[in-house]
Write a protein that binds this ligand. Structure first.
Ligand code: SAJ
Length: 433
């Protein structure tokens, strides 16, 4: 199938890079977002997210005229839905954005169109939610239009590279739909394109992120056990991973972002009776911020009035994304205990987070601090040396939740560094899940 015009619903971390990929391959793209601010920002040639290499690509796509940004769709050959699927407080999937994007497409749907859902969704969303909405147009899926699910699988921080290079799964409601999806993504995907059915593709995506969540949960449990028994978990993992069939992941302050900390719940919601392990892993990772706060308490005693410089708020290294970030939760928990935190997040200096006080420079965060709490392995923090830190603060106390400042130069320069998962303090008490 040939495509001249693609309409992309949702211009976030996935939709915007995907739009640029099509545009830079000569395809006309209408990018649609319901957020007026995003539409205006893009139309001014600026971008609202940070992703390496994306800025010039967006500029070029807009300048070439191949990418236009609007708040409503227009008739096109293909429609791609890349809107968020967060969860409600009760951990049930919030499908409102998918529903409304699909309804918008329904009004423009024409015979011969292809519609692809990319948003991570519970099993059967494509056939049970998206298809019936589109068919309200009077057109029939599989007969008048084609419909497929194709999960995005890119890693924030290297989205552009992974969009091209990763294997792409396309799950059609029928074979023709899967093949049409393949023709569409073959525009820019250089990795393997694997065809399957829609529900399998939905499940693949959820399985991938759940697998990762469970593996991080076991690493976090190992860190807690190591802490209790006076073992250095980082050393232990390094040695265990020399076994040819063992690949333990890294413990840390918890699991954040809009993917891994969310997607496993979609499986739990879909089949609560079949997913005790998935649920438990989620609870383990969600409890990890409490473990970090406990580490701070054991190192420092009372936290009341304690001035803590928090380095990093993003959900992981070298991204500006603060969604579901365990670092943000840790700050809130510390504040609840009476600590005075001042957080420095170099990738989101202007962030506006309720109850979180931000410093706009490293110096401001460190000045007057009694404790430094390192929560994210940003490259910029890895490059900090004891000399740099010592020039900016009198405190020599550090809690490192990401094993970034473990070299001997820190104690040699007079710093007392407690690293998560290194049993150097009073044993960890029982954790409340
Ligand atoms: N984390 C650890 N220990 C580790 C690895 C990660 O604690 O060893 C933490 C991170 O700090 C972060 C969280 O887990 O808080 C998630 O980070 P991540 O890098 O594992 O994943 P995401 O959420 O950025 O992206 C994932 C990816 N999925 C997989 O690797 C299976 C990505 O390919 C997906 O496209 C993305 O989810 C998504 O959109 O679903």
């Amino acid at each position: 199938m040939k495509f001249n015009h693609v309409c992309i619903m949702g211009l976030g971390y996935i939709g915007l890079p995907t739009a640029c990929m099509f545009a830079s391959n000569g395809i006309r793209v209408t990018g649609v977002d319901v957020n007026e601010h995003i539409v205006q920002t893009l139309n001014q040639g600026k971008i609202h997210i940070q992703e390496p290499g994306l800025d010039p690509l967006v500029q070029a796509a807009l300048l070439s005229g191949l990418l236009t940004v609007k708040s409503y769709p227009e008739p096109a050959d293909a429609f791609i839905i890349t809107v968020p699927t967060p969860f409600y407080d009760n951990k049930k999937a919030d499908m409102r954005a998918v529903t409304s994007a699909t309804e918008m497409i329904g009004a423009y749907l024409q015979v011969g169109n292809v519609v692809i859902l990319e948003s991570t969704s519970p099993p059967r969303t494509t056939v049970d939610l998206v298809q019936p909405i589109l068919e309200r147009s009077g057109l029939k899926a599989g007969k008048d239009f084609l419909l497929a699910y194709s999960p995005e699988r890119v890693l924030p921080g290297q989205i552009l590279k992974e969009l091209e290079e990763n294997a792409r799964v396309i799950g059609g409601i029928d074979i023709a739909s899967a093949e049409a999806g393949r023709d569409l993504y073959a525009t820019f995907v250089k990795g393997e394109i694997v065809l399957t059915d829609a529900t399998t593709a939905e499940m693949i995506k959820l399985m991938e992120n759940t697998y990762r969540d469970i593996n991080i949960a076991i690493a976090n449990e190992f860190a807690r056990i190591a802490d209790r028994f006076g073992v250095n978990v980082w050393e232990a993992i390094g040695i265990a991973n020399k076994h040819p069939r063992v690949k333990i992941m890294n413990p840390g302050p918890g699991v954040g972002g809009h993917c891994i900390s969310v997607d496993p719940w979609f499986l739990v919601e879909a089949a609560p009776d079949l997913t005790p392990l998935v649920r438990t892993a989620r609870q383990v990772n969600d409890a990890q911020p409490h473990f970090v706060v406990d580490l701070v308490r054991r190192a420092e005693g009372s936290l009341t009035g304690k001035r803590i410089a928090v380095l990093g708020l993003a959900f992981k290294a070298d991204v500006d994304d603060l969604r579901e970030s365990p670092a943000v939760e840790i700050v809130r928990l510390l504040n609840q205990e009476g600590a005075h935190t001042l957080a420095y997040e170099p990738y989101a200096l202007e962030a506006n987070l309720e109850g979180v006080q931000l410093a706009t420079t490293l110096e401001a965060a460190l000045e007057g601090a009694e404790l430094i709490l390192l929560l994210v392995r940003h490259r910029q923090f890895l490059e900090l040396t004891p000399t740099i830190i010592a020039q900016r603060t009198t405190t020599r106390r550090v809690i490192d939740a990401v094993n970034a400042w473990s070299s001997n130069e820190w104690p040699e320069a007079g710093f007392e560094v407690h690293t998560l998962g290194v049993g150097s303090l009073q044993p960890a008490p029982a954790i409340q899940q």
